[in-house]
Design a protein around this ligand. Structure first.
Ligand code: SAM
Ligand code: SF4
Length: 346
């Protein structure tokens, strides 16, 4: 059944020599790498219209990223996701993809990407050749005008063409949709029917208060717990035994024969099984999307090489917080953190 399309076992704890285990006994097996904070879109929930980007001279080189990834893989990381900003807008990005793809089968089990899809058409075959097997593509609507309004500068046809190209290249696809009240909440069922009809998973995401973006986040906030209950009255939702150690829970939808994920950072705490850390494009390692704790790996590799890098990873494990504490109500309308999602890497 289509259920198996996305099914994969949990990322198994690794038998690495010196695994990365935090104070709460959680083993880090998943690294997200933001390869750039830049993007060709300006999604209203993610970025401000007049976004200021990091100076290019501060961005890690591909060699530095690969050094850091190698250190993580040696310490038991099994999965790497490239993200951003938009990973596919970084110049010569395929060189990095090929380089990290070289770790597959040599400690690394999976290399994947989260992308807005705008550049997928020209990169899909290269990604597949480098060993990428599946992608998350962000798409919040199937309405062209609405797409232009949400992304402020994207063209939906580019993304749909990119999705077609990725599918033709044999990549499995999961669609990420930020669910927003009054913006795209009327499209949840059509999006699910479309995604499942094409054999893609659909994951709904609650908007998080990260960075000043100029929209009213409280007004747009759509609690997914309630949405799931409401969908459950119209569809047969069966809890799926599919976990990624992350924030999402998945249902198998009987009528549409596909997986529906819910990422609920605002209405539900998902941190007990958190197995991931996030590297910014300038080399800061954040242990949690919703907290400020970080170690600077760029300083470690530039000043002290591999030993300093390993020591920094050990320090990082002591800093990983138990969980985030996002709050969103009328008394907390500003961002929980100044840092935009595009900096930490979604
Ligand atoms: N540009 C790529 C993309 O859009 O897929 C990768 C980076 S983007 C920051 C990663 C994911 O984060 C996307 O699915 C996006 O919809 C989501 N995202 C961005 N800002 C968010 C926010 N404030 N709350 C929840 N999700 C957000
Ligand atoms: Fe760019 Fe992705 Fe943020 Fe949209 S969500 S502005 S595509 S980084």
């Amino acid at each position: 059944m289509a259920f198996t399309l996305l099914e994969q076992p949990d990322i198994a704890p690794s038998g690495a020599q010196n695994p990365l285990i935090d104070r709460y006994g959680r083993q880090i097996t998943y690294l997200r790498v933001s390869v750039t904070d830049r993007c060709d879109f300006r999604c209203t929930y993610c970025m401000a219209e007049d976004m200021q980007f990091l100076p290019k001279r501060d961005i890690l080189s591909f060699e530095e990223i690969d050094t850091i990834v190698s250190a993580f893989v040696a310490r038991g990381v099994k999965k790497v996701r490239l993200t951003g900003g938009e990973p596919l807008v970084r110049r010569d990005i395929m060189q990095l993809v090929d380089r990290i793809g070289g770790h597959l089968g040599a400690g690394l089990d999976e290399l994947t990407l989260t992308t807005n899809g705008s550049q997928l058409r020209r990169h899909a075959v290269g990604l597949a050749r480098a060993g990428v097997k599946r992608l998350n593509v962000s798409l919040d609507t199937l309405d062209e005008k609405r797409f232009a309004a949400i992304t402020r500068r994207g063209r939906m046809t580019d993304v749909l063409d990119g999705i077609d190209a990725a599918e033709a290249a044999g990549l499995r696809i999961k669609i990420n949709m930020v669910a927003m009240r009054g913006v795209n909440d009327d499209e949840i069922e059509p999006m699910m029917r479309w995604a499942h009809g094409r054999g893609f998973g659909l994951t709904l995401i609650e908007g998080m208060p990260l960075g000043e973006v100029g929209i009213d986040r409280v007004e747009c906030y759509l609690p997914l717990k309630e949405l799931r209950e409401e969908l459950g009255r119209r569809f047969t939702l069966e809890r799926a035994n599919y976990r990624t150690g992350g924030p999402a829970s998945y249902d198998f939808v009987k009528e549409t024969n596909g997986l529906l994920g819910f990422i609920t950072p605002m209405s539900h705490n998902f941190c007990e099984s958190c197995n991931r850390v996030r590297l910014t494009a300038t080399g800061q390692l954040y242990m949690c999307l919703g907290q400020e704790d970080m170690v600077d790996l760029r300083v470690a590799i530039r000043d002290g090489g591999r030993d300093a890098l390993d020591a920094a990873l050990d320090r990082a494990m002591l800093l990983k917080p138990k969980g985030h504490d996002f709050v969103l109500d009328r008394t907390h309308t500003g961002p929980a953190l100044e840092r935009h999602m595009s900096v930490t890497g979604g």
